[in-house]
Design a protein around this ligand. Structure first.
Ligand code: ZN
Length: 86
């Protein structure tokens, strides 16, 4: 894997050899999985892409500055979980 396979600000030095290996392993792991977009709970700005439905991540929205923990289990769908409740 070469450092041109992903995007970053090239004013920074490329990732270390160890991190390049981790990146490549991550990419291979994600290859067979479905990608879905995680949107900000406040402004719906796309804050990240997830390939699993498990785990918690701390996110920061670049648009509205929301910062908080999101469980990928509960944010698996963009449609409201409570839509058909009543
Ligand atoms: Zn936001």
């Amino acid at each position: 894997m070469i450092a041109d396979d992903f995007e970053y600000d090239h004013r920074f030095a490329p990732p270390s050899e160890e991190n390049l290996i981790k990146l490549e392993l991550s990419r291979q792991e994600a290859a067979g999985l479905t990608r879905r977009e995680i949107k900000c709970p406040v402004c719906s700005y796309r804050i990240m892409s997830a390939y699993t439905t498990e785990g918690c991540v701390k996110v920061k929205c670049r648009r509205c500055k929301f910062e908080g923990i999101i469980s990928l289990r509960w944010f698996r769908r963009q449609k409201s979980l409570f839509r058909n409740r009543w």
